[in-house]
Design a protein around this ligand. Structure first.
Ligand SMILES: [Zn+2]
Ligand SMILES: [Zn+2]
Length: 575
């Protein structure tokens, strides 16, 4: 039995149980999701933990009774009458959105009825193991101005063992949640009421981490034949009309008017890079041209889908656009794939999942172009001997794409790299180069990101390492702890030596016990502590503690620096 049918059926059972307990509650929607299901309810008082226990009890009873799922087809009008009688306002709204003349309903038990396409299991007794997990607020349709409903999350499995495994992972994931770790480690915060939702504020340590990542990326791109460019954050609507974004992407764009001119806050970096390409004539000898930008973009996302650093309204992409000759296409795609894998390795991610997404319903360009582009991407993957899944119809509106998702320590997938092949934008902007035969021809354009959104990547990093970042990425690499007051001077001297060697350090000279300060270094996930007392001051040594490894003994400061520099240089990762 497919697990999404099972889980969606379980959401019906939960809704039936809720209606038994609170008949006045109005129903929203209740789909299956990855690893579980939810149902949205409009209920005045919030659901409490005790309520969840009660609901679970009723669900068990419904399952015990083994009620059949009965499908019925009605005309839209009949369905309308039914849901009017039941006072299910949200179902009435959903009905309006269905274009068909006939709709289907599913009934269980003593009069529970839901508007639903199905499919469902045969009867409630087929549910073996389930659990309600949490309650969260959710706007109807995910729109801020709509009523806030209460969403109950649950999950269900075929076997108790699977549920236990899942709950264990869930606990582990909770302890790694970047939304908790970020503020706790003073890296960032996301919500300031007066600023609005989905916008990230990097505090000094988070900003430092991001700078370290950005510096690494800039260096690596220059090494691999990319040129760094910087383009404006606002550009006139005319440009976005030419690019097609204005027609195909408008609902996600922030626009505003100044002196009768309409402007767009850039949702993508491509048109800016195209303008630079177009600023003069290009010869075939120059190609491939690879423009790289750490480009900050703004996209409107519904409040309901915002989530930590994963879905935000402003983020920075490590974005590049490559303009190349047709015969260079495949080798360019292959070197991007290599670049992605090298980068993943440096950051300590070993496994990835690869997906190829093809032409969606809304698209620009010709079907032949799409075919050629899809073949180029697929061919490059095959030549590299990589296995991949195909996402039919999931490409961007301007071209097919390869997504490379990294897998973290809990085996969860995170969207990071994307490679998109694009014949459409070069056409829309009339891009050209002069070929060896003196004729003007159109280059092919590749869009690509490696880490993707730096915000999301930082979220992934934090969760993968549980905040214990590798030494080369840790904002504070070494904490100096002088044991007694008179030794502060020696502590400061050590800190200065570290700084002179470009090792990021802090000193903790608070009037606290040594144990307390070591504990706080651990909580702040600082890789090394150097404890300095009288003996160390006399001998010019430091007493080294390594995160997770404890006391590493006394060593000369010079030796410590040589060793730690090597660890930084080699970008040693753990996990
Ligand atoms: Zn259903
Ligand atoms: Zn692009």
């Amino acid at each position: 039995m497919d697990s999404s049918t099972l889980r969606h059926s379980c959401s019906h059972i939960m809704a039936e149980a809720v209606k038994q307990l609170w008949p006045e509650v109005k129903l929203g929607i209740g789909p299956a999701i990855e690893d579980g299901f939810y149902y949205d309810f409009d209920k005045k008082e919030p659901f409490t933990d005790e309520d969840l226990v009660k609901i679970e009890k009723n669900m068990l009873e419904i399952i015990r009774k083994n009620e059949p799922f009965i499908r019925e087809e009605l005309t839209k009008k009949e369905a309308e009458q039914l849901f009017k009688k039941l006072k299910e306002d949200y179902k009435l709204e959903l009905l309006k959105e269905i274009p068909d003349e006939k709709v289907s309903l599913y009934k269980t038990g003593d009069g529970f009825v839901d508007l639903c396409r199905g499919p469902h299991i045969e009867s409630t007794g087929q549910i073996k193991v389930f659990k309600l997990l949490s309650v969260a607020g959710a706007y109807w349709h995910g729109i801020e101005t709509n009523p806030m409903l209460q969403r109950i999350y649950g999950t269900c499995f075929q076997e108790q063992k699977e549920l236990e495994e899942y709950l264990k992972n869930l606990e582990e994931a909770k302890s790694r949640d970047h939304r908790k770790l970020g503020p706790q480690l003073e890296f960032f915060d996301i919500y300031h009421e007066e600023a609005g939702a989905g916008l990230v504020f990097y505090h000094p340590k988070g900003a430092l981490l991001r700078t370290i990542i950005e510096d690494y990326e800039k260096k690596e791109h220059l090494k691999r034949g990319y040129q760094i460019v910087i383009t404006p954050h606002i550009m006139q609507a005319a440009l976005w009309r030419t690019s097609g974004h204005y027609d195909y992407y408008k609902e996600n764009m922030y626009t505003f008017k100044m002196e009768d001119k309409e402007f767009v806050l850039k949702p993508m970096n491509c048109p800016g890079h195209i303008l630079i390409y177009k600023s003069r004539n290009r010869s075939y000898r120059e190609l491939p041209i690879r423009f790289f930008e750490l480009g900050t973009v703004y996209r409107h996302e519904k409040a309901g889908v915002l989530h930590g650093l994963l879905r935000v309204r402003g983020f920075t992409q490590d974005d590049a656009h490559i303009f190349c000759l047709p015969e260079q296409l495949r080798s360019e795609i292959k070197s991007i794939i290599d670049f992605v894998f090298d980068t993943m390795k440096v950051f300590g991610f070993k496994e990835v999942g690869i997906e190829l997404s093809t032409r969606p319903e809304k698209y620009i360009g010709s079907v032949e172009d799409w075919q050629q582009a899809t073949e180029a991407l697929e061919g490059a993957l095959k030549e590299k001997g990589l296995s991949f899944d195909i996402n039919e119809g999931e490409g961007a509106f301007y071209g097919p794409k390869i997504d490379i998702k990294l897998k973290d320590a809990l085996n969860r997938k995170w969207q990071c790299a994307t490679i998109q092949c694009d014949f459409a934008l070069p056409k829309r902007f009339n891009l050209s180069y002069v070929d060896s035969d003196g004729k003007e021809k159109q280059p092919i354009m590749l869009h690509r990101v490696l880490l993707g959104s730096l915000e999301r990547f930082i979220g992934a990093l934090l969760e993968h390492y549980k905040g214990d970042l590798p030494l080369w990425l840790a904002p504070t690499q070494v904490l100096v702890i002088p044991i007694k007051d008179p030794l502060e001077e020696y502590g400061q001297k050590i800190k200065k030596i570290l700084e002179e060697n470009s090792i990021r350090s802090e000193i903790d000279n608070r009037n606290e016990t040594l144990e307390k300060r070591i504990r706080s270094a651990e909580l702040n996930k600082i890789p090394y502590c150097l404890v300095v007392g009288e003996r160390e001051a006399k001998q010019g040594t430091v007493s080294v503690r390594k995160r997770g490894k404890g006391d590493k003994g006394v060593t000369k400061i010079e030796e410590f620096i040589t060793q730690i520099k090597q660890e930084i240089e080699n970008k040693v990762v753990w996990g």
